[in-house]
Design a protein around this ligand. Structure first.
Ligand code: ADP
Ligand code: MG
Length: 689
């Protein structure tokens, strides 16, 4: 039977129907592929004697005592006996109806997690009803759900979906499975996973090593690889201007003019990019390099290749500060070579913006640097050929698409270079970024000294301020970053303002600056200029400086309430120092709520920061702590995340899917298309960006 048509007008839907849509469960097949998180065993009655600690058990027993105690807190204590042993049930919240149903002498059927212990077996808040009645024939699935969608409703919906969905095979006949146990049919695997027979090993279901799970994970990974490969192949059919290097032209002139020599890694990625640019197919390359690795100069050199060939280049950065800084740096490098650089930011004066727009449209400005302002509709390029996105993870799909749309030549796409300081662990790169080419700068410029990181309690703030004094004495500069309070930008600001006042008072004779996102641009610019010039000793800021700011003389970074930041963000912030030859340090100040302790994940993050400076290791741990969904951020907005496969434990399945995908596209294009449609529905659009 065909899949259900998309939902009718939203207002005619019931609350649970809306909740289904929220979960992405629109088609029969979506419901069929919505697999249980876990199961409850309601197929049998367990004797208390046989119940194992930690098991969720269903028992039938007679109530032998039922009383309310006040200590250690008010609770209902019910003792039951099933002939094999006794068990105490505790209820912290209860009503008179509980006492009635659990009166001494009643026989009940109860389900709950069994705990052992000094006082014998206990269950906390078990569910219960009168004894007797039918037992379930299969394990009861418990599905991932959202508020307003009851398990019972969801179970019925899934059964309907499972019965109506087209579950015919999309796997080519005779393929070799990565795991011989993968050879279940899709139909059998799904039926089994929704309603497993009670004799199955719950452990194999829960850790997803059961053959039915293996089958589903294979399918899911294959769908992901197929969709990415399709996107890549579609892109390879597009045209872009082939930009050939010209000896002795701007590219070489810039190289010569730089005050430093490129590292080997920079040279290598430069060649990889130049190679791509020379082909008449749009480049789609991700440039990874730890903070401070020197991505900007690589981008500038790529821009020179495009400009040498007679085309324009755009560089888009996520914040005004960063765009401004890139602009200043690029003007410094390029104007002496006669290259006109334009810039566009949101808060620019009308007149200046008009002038810039004219320069861009006439082609007089060969390079355009800016924020999102670059992709505004009224910005017209004369002949854009290369689009560079800095800190690409801060941009969404739509923004990348918009930048690509700035190419005017009919039937052509610009080359894209996306840069990121957040390295992507290998398994993630192979799965979520399989459609991109990746270049890695795996070497820092010489002469950097490693940053020493310390975790310090907020109570010892005074010592930190003393340390700032010592750094300033040596002519160094200091960043002080104030906490991120997600709920309230206003609170962020108060905090930064207070810290600014405190430090100004504690450090007489030192210029202490303040930077936050609500300041007028001119003021921000003035503050950054004073800091860059070395006039300002201390810069207090909210997280606006997070990305890309480059002041090599700064050698101390203090991060207040470091426990509130994510790991990658902490690493990025820390990367603002350690850019010069001086020994640099990062102090992670943490505060704990009155008498409280840091959460386990907060401690893990701070520990990781102390233990390593290596961006790849940080990324790996961040992925471990947060999981791929959050880690991937903007790239994944609206994109299908893997739901079943786990990139760490299933990497052999990923390898299998990667190998099979090209073969399947070549030999079974029709099956491949059906497979993608089944698994991803309309969700593969994002890959176009
Ligand atoms: P990121 O990769 O974090 O964007 P930047 O491009 O801002 O790093 O570079 C960090 C600093 O290192 C800048 O001051 C830059 O001029 C400098 N730099 C880049 N490459 C080299 C090099 N090969 N040798 C010395 N300094 C370099
Ligand atoms: Mg940068």
């Amino acid at each position: 039977m065909p899949d259900k048509a998309p939902s009718p007008a939203a207002k005619t839907l019931s609350a649970p129907q809306k909740a289904l849509i929220k979960l992405g469960l629109k088609r029969d097949i979506d419901l069929a592929l919505h697999l249980p998180l876990r199961y409850e065993d309601e197929t049998r009655i367990v004797k208390l004697r046989d119940a194992r600690e930690g098991d969720t058990a269903q028992i039938e027993a007679t109530v032998t005592a039922c009383e309310i105690t006040q200590r250690p807190r008010r609770q209902l204590l019910v003792t039951v006996d099933d002939g094999s042993d006794t068990c105490v049930m505790r209820f912290f919240s209860f009503y008179p109806s509980h006492q009635k149903a659990l009166a001494v002498g009643n026989r009940i059927r109860a389900r709950g997690e069994v705990k052992g212990g000094f006082m014998g077996l206990t269950m906390m808040h078990p569910t219960f009803k009168a004894a007797g009645g039918n037992l379930a024939e299969a394990l009861t699935p418990v599905y991932p759900t959202v508020a307003g969608l009851a398990q019972a409703y969801l179970r019925r919906a899934v059964i309907t979906g499972l019965n109506h969905a087209d579950l015919s095979e999309t796997m080519p006949q005779g393929i070799a499975w990565p795991d011989p146990r993968g050879a279940w049919s899709l139909r059998d695997a799904l039926r089994f996973l929704h309603h497993p027979t009670p004799d199955v090993s719950l452990a194999a279901l829960e850790d997803r090593s059961h053959p039915a799970w293996v089958r589903l994970k294979c399918e899911e990974l294959l769908a992901q690889q197929l969709s990415q490969l399709t996107a890549k192949r579609e892109r390879d059919l597009l045209r872009a201007p082939g930009l050939k290097m010209k000896r002795g032209a701007l590219h070489d002139q810039l190289l010569k003019a730089l005050p430093f020599a490129l590292t080997n890694a920079q040279q290598r990625v430069g060649r990889e990019i130049a190679q791509d640019l020379s082909r008449p197919v749009p480049m789609h390359r991700l440039l990874q390099g730890d903070v401070g690795a020197g991505k900007t100069v690589v981008a500038a050199l790529a821009a020179m290749v495009a400009i040498d060939a007679g085309w324009q280049c755009a560089l888009m950065a996520p914040t005004e500060i960063l765009a401004t800084q890139h602009f200043a740096k690029l003007v410094g490098w390029l104007e002496p070579l006669g290259v006109k650089v334009a810039w566009l930011i949101g808060s620019q004066k009308k007149k200046e913006r008009a002038a810039m727009l004219a320069l861009i449209e006439s082609g007089e400005a060969a390079l355009v640097v800016g924020t999102h302002a670059v992709i505004q509709e009224h910005v017209k390029f004369k002949n854009l050929a290369l689009a560079i996105i800095d800190e690409q993870h801060r941009f969404g799909v739509a923004q990348r698409l918009a930048l690509r749309g700035k190419m005017q030549a009919p039937g052509m796409e610009p080359h894209m270079l996306m840069m990121t300081a957040t390295p992507i662990p290998r398994t993630l790169a192979m799965s979520y970024y399989a459609d991109l080419d990746v270049s890695v700068i795996d070497e820092l410029p010489p002469g950097r000294t490693p940053i020493v990181t310390r975790v310090v309690s907020d109570h010892r703030r005074d010592e930190v301020v003393e340390r700032i004094g010592a750094q300033l004495q040596q002519g160094r500069q200091v960043y002080w970053v104030c906490p991120l309070i997600e709920e309230s930008e206003a609170l962020d600001l108060t905090n930064a303002t207070e810290t600014h006042a405190d430090l100004s008072e504690a450090l007489p004779g030192v210029m202490v600056g303040l930077l936050h996102s609500r300041m007028p641009v001119a003021e921000k610019k003035a503050v950054m200029e004073l800091f860059t010039a070395g006039v300002m000793g201390v810069l207090v800021s909210t997280t606006v400086i997070e990305v890309g700011v480059d002041v090599p003389n700064a050698s101390l970074m203090v991060i207040e309430h470091a426990e509130r930041f994510g790991l990658s963000q902490l690493h990025q912030l820390r990367g603002r120092v350690g850019r010069g030859a001086a020994a640099s340090a990062c102090v992670l100040l943490y505060g704990t709520p009155e008498g409280g302790r840091l959460s386990e994940t907060a401690r893990e993050r701070l520990r990781a920061m102390v233990e390593t400076n290596d961006g790849f290791e940080i990324a790996r741990r961040d992925l471990e702590i947060r999981g791929p969904g959050e880690f991937l951020g903007a790239r994944q907005s609206g994109a299908p995340l893997l739901r079943f496969a786990d990139l760490e434990t299933d990497s052999h399945l990923l390898d299998w899917a990667r190998a099979l995908a090209p073969q399947m596209l070549d030999q079974h294009a029709f099956l491949a298309e059906r497979h993608i449609g089944r698994w991803l529905g309309g969700k593969s659009e994002y890959l176009k960006a």
